[in-house]
Design a protein. Structure first.
Length: 229
């Protein structure tokens, strides 16, 4: 027991040192890769599900495709489904059973609020909390400590895809551990995911006749606020 406590303290000190050693501007770059200041502060559907999150990351990418060419890749994500479009070999080192699909899978396109998305065999589920087709997909972990929001905003002939993670950190030690260890790793994986979605969506849009083709979805009714959450 004493040994376990010492190991926990040592891990906390190591992570704390790593977190403190990362300059604030660099931390913000890790947390907000690709996102503009307006996107970082923009209120998204699902922010209210974990309002006092200890760590919030907002990452984004421009995709030369309409929302309708991006949406199919989001709704089919998950273990035993379309995967996560990131480094499958890393995901599978943890037994997540992720195999990133290179095509739209019709059997997973009818996602609805209340459905559960598996993270891996014998792993907790992510419950769909907000679903606005072609615009917003928000999922929450079973314990309520993680909220993941995907939001698509059309910009002329391109779209912006925002991925926001809200993570509960019950203690200062937990937050230091997350900042020092998890944030750099999550950027590597999430950057690969966003680039993977971009590649697939742009290819799908090209097959449909280009960004102005028939993959455009109905105009979403939600209008985001630029106010900070």
């Amino acid at each position: 027991m004493i040994t376990d406590r010492k190991q926990l303290i040592a891990a906390g000190l190591t992570a704390g040192t790593a977190a403190l050693g990362i300059p604030l501007l660099l931390q913000r770059g890790l947390l907000n890769w690709g996102a503009s200041p307006a996107e970082v502060t923009r209120r998204l559907p699902g922010d209210h599900l974990l309002p006092n999150a200890g760590v919030v990351s907002t990452r984004a990418i421009t995709i030369a495709a309409p929302p309708g060419a991006i949406w199919p890749w989001l709704v089919q994500m998950g273990s035993g489904r379309g995967g996560a479009y990131t480094y499958d070999w890393i995901e599978n080192l943890f037994g997540l059973g992720m195999h990133s699909a290179d095509r739209v899978l019709p059997q997973f396109q009818n996602l609805k609020a209340g459905d559960e998305i598996p993270l891996g065999p014998d792993r907790p589920m992510m419950r769909v909390e907000v679903l606005d087709p072609g615009h917003v997909l928000t999922v929450r972990s079973a314990d309520g400590n993680w909220v993941w929001i995907f939001a698509i905003f059309p910009q002329g002939r391109t779209s912006r895809l925002i991925s926001r993670n809200r993570i509960a950190t019950p203690s200062a030690l937990t937050r230091l551990l997350y900042l020092g260890v998890m944030v750099p790793g999550s950027l590597v994986m999430e950057r690969k995911m966003l680039i993977g979605i971009r590649y697939r969506a742009e290819r799908l849009a090209g097959q449909a006749g280009g960004p102005a083709g028939s993959t455009d979805p109905p105009r979403p009714s939600f209008t985001p606020s630029s106010a900070a959450p």
